[in-house]
Design a protein around this ligand. Structure first.
Ligand code: 5GP
Length: 187
């Protein structure tokens, strides 16, 4: 059986990665499985443990690092985020295309370990629009918003690390473009 693809999607916080993903993740032609990350951040309203993330304590996360359970991990505005390695490998061996939605440092580490990873970066139509979207969530204090904006600016300078760049002006269109890219790489 042909091993599944490893698809890595990044983009600054607030760019709408989740909204775009929801529009293509269940497309049967793409044969995708979403890699659920582990995080030590607080659960936001509406987020489900084991579906959106595995929400764990900092201690549990540090244990996962020590035990080599993670394909990659990073610290992002004060919280840990990481990709559990086991599922990624087993799903790919079963022929599934595995989708990681991670920030740039993590994507670079994945590329080092899996040079054949298909990397896609989602950009906002403008930085003003991105700030509006981050503030629109109204779930985080100003200090965190500022940190997310700073990180977003740094991430936008890392586009050259990615094979494809897709603009999320219209989520439907962005999802279609990503679907085309994945299908082309499945050939
Ligand atoms: P949020 O707190 O908004 O859910 O996520 C913050 C950032 O962490 C986003 O850019 C998201 O893509 C990234 N992220 C989520 N899971 C992982 C992961 O497992 N590893 C890495 N490196 N980044 C992640």
């Amino acid at each position: 059986m042909k091993k599944g693809l490893l698809v890595v999607i990044s983009g600054p916080s607030g760019v709408g990665k989740g909204t775009v993903r929801e529009k293509f993740i269940d497309n049967p032609e793409l044969n995708l499985a979403y890699s659920i990350s582990m995080t030590s951040r607080e659960r936001r309203k509406g987020e489900r443990d084991g579906i959106d993330y595995f929400f764990v304590s900092r201690e549990r996360f540090e244990e996962a690092i020590k035990n080599n359970e993670l394909l990659e991990w990073t610290e992002f505005v004060g919280n840990y985020y990481g990709t559990p390695a086991e599922n990624v490998e087993s799903l790919r061996k079963l022929g599934k295309n595995v989708l990681l939605e991670i920030e740039v440092e993590g994507a670079i580490k994945v590329k080092e370990k899996c040079p054949d990873a298909l990397t896609i970066f989602i950009i906002p139509p403008s930085m003003e629009e991105l700030e509006k979207r981050i503030r629109g969530r109204r779930t985080e204090p100003e200090e965190i918003v500022q940190q997310r904006l700073g990180k977003a600016n740094r991430e936008m300078n890392m586009l050259s690390q990615y094979k494809y760049v897709v603009c999320n002006e219209d989520a439907e269109l962005a999802a279609e473009l990503i679907s085309v890219i994945i299908k082309r790489h499945m050939l």
